[in-house]
Design a protein around this ligand. Structure first.
Ligand SMILES: *Cc1c(COP(=O)(O)O)cnc(C)c1O
Length: 425
């Protein structure tokens, strides 16, 4: 039996899932630790690794990542609050929102939280604040858009010519201007780019990193000393949603980076990464119950409780964000093609619009009422994506850890029933 089959068995044996269950998310903390170990072993010691909190804003997941050695990248008061609750302190946090208010900026600078400046208007605000707080320990960088083009998914590509993020390096004489900005500001010690995310080729990501690394070298040469000490190479690694295989691996990315930008591996710079999805996606899963089945126009339709409310990207952009599904009998045994006939299936969610599907026309062993459906690789940007835990009463979240044959499951975010909600009023 695979670990995932054991997880569903264990959830049934522990009565976490039964016929009252609608949908839950489960994070596998042991696998998460292995992933973080993979990150650390792929890169040399001058690299530090932060986690983009938006990919999984759950206190106990962040607390685990902190224990495993990662810092955090946040972009909102809510993410900051969750990170502090997970035990992070100011030095481990970097604030990266493109829409920081003057108070956000003051709070960061006053409390030694590092940040990356998005644009010239923000730079003007920081100039004022540096007069007010000259001794801040915040490490401040400028976010640069190398404008190297888009990956396959436009909405998650950050380095297009017209991207909303960062300072567009290739426009006009912006590059020259940037060199000057650094020369005039000894406190600008870092440079940031974010070139990746789902749909981007690793070579394209590395090209963006090369652009800002060359720029850092040029700025340092112009200034005559190494003012830029940190390179912040945001940009998440794409994730393989098509099978259990972890591909690309962190090691593959590290090898490509080393080939294209060898100086990163020389120890000359502190290099900071910001991975999100690749840390958590494959270490989380959704389990939901089939409430009803029907046949419509020769299509087998299974209605479950997981749809656009927790699988938002997939419901609205199914071609960009396809997910894998496995069916299980109420006993926890996997529905295989030797148990049931394989039929063209839509697995649907509970929301009241037709596109609310987890998968469309997929060949699956025929699902029956009270079966469970596991939606794989959903540890990032799915069930964890509701930053206010009070707003989503039905989705409980659990953490699993331990040896395959001795799994422990515990609740990390409570799911309220309708009755609980009424009782609170
Ligand atoms: C979202 C984000 C990341 C992580 O992106 P993933 O695709 O989840 O890996 C990294 N850095 C910044 C600045 C981000 O906004």
């Amino acid at each position: 039996m695979t670990r995932k089959q054991k997880i569903i068995q264990s959830a049934i044996n522990n009565k976490i899932i039964d016929n009252n269950l609608t949908a839950i998310g489960i994070m596998d903390l042991d696998r998460l630790k292995l992933t973080v170990n993979d990150v650390y072993s792929a890169f040399p010691e001058n690299f530090t690794h932060t986690f983009a909190v938006k990919a999984n804003a759950l206190v106990s997941v962040l607390a685990s990542l902190r224990k495993y050695g990662m810092g955090v990248e946040v972009a909102s008061p809510g993410e900051l609050k969750i990170s502090l609750a997970a035990g992070y302190s100011a030095q481990d946090i970097i604030f990266d929102s493109p829409a920081k208010t003057i108070n956000d900026l003051r709070t960061c600078i006053k409390n030694d939280i590092s940040l990356n400046i998005d644009n010239l208007q923000e730079l003007a605000r920081i100039d004022e604040l540096m007069i007010e707080f000259p001794h801040t320990q915040s490490i401040i960088g400028f976010r640069v858009n190398p404008q190297i083009g888009s990956g396959d998914i436009c909405s998650t590509s950050t380095a297009t010519a017209t991207s909303k993020f960062g300072y567009p390096l290739a426009d006009n004489n912006n590059k020259q201007k940037l060199v000057q900005l650094y020369t005039q500001r000894p406190w600008l010690k870092s440079i940031h780019t974010h070139t990746g995310s789902q749909g981007c080729a690793l070579e394209l990501m590395a090209e963006g990193v090369k652009v800002i690394t060359d720029l850092a070298e040029e700025i340092n040469v112009t200034i005559g000393k190494q003012q830029i000490v940190r390179l912040d190479i945001g940009g998440g690694l794409p994730v393989n949603f098509a099978s259990e295989e972890i591909s690309p691996s962190f090691k593959t990315y590290a090898d490509i980076l080393e080939t294209q930008v060898p100086i990163l591996f020389s120890g000359k710079y502190q290099v900071k990464t910001e991975f999100g999805r690749a840390i958590v996606a494959k270490n989380g899963m959704i389990i939901t119950r089939v409430e009803y089945t029907k046949s419509s126009g020769n299509r087998h339709i299974a209605i479950t409780h997981a749809g656009a409310q927790i699988l938002t990207r997939t419901a609205f952009l199914p071609k960009s964000w396809p997910l894998r599904i496995t069916g299980f009998l109420p006993t926890g045994e996997q529905r295989t093609d030797s148990l049931s006939q394989v039929v063209a299936t839509d697995v649907a969610g509970p929301c009241c619009f037709a596109g609310d599907l987890i998968c469309n026309n997929q060949l699956l062993p025929k699902l029956e009422p009270d079966d469970y459906v596991m939606v794989h690789d959903t540890g990032g940007y799915y069930f964890s994506n509701h930053f206010d835990y009070n707003s989503l009463p039905r989705i409980g979240v659990f953490a699993v850890s331990g040896e395959d044959d001795n799994l422990k499951i515990h609740n990390i975010r409570k799911a309220d029933s309708l009755a609980d909600v009424l009782n609170k009023m």
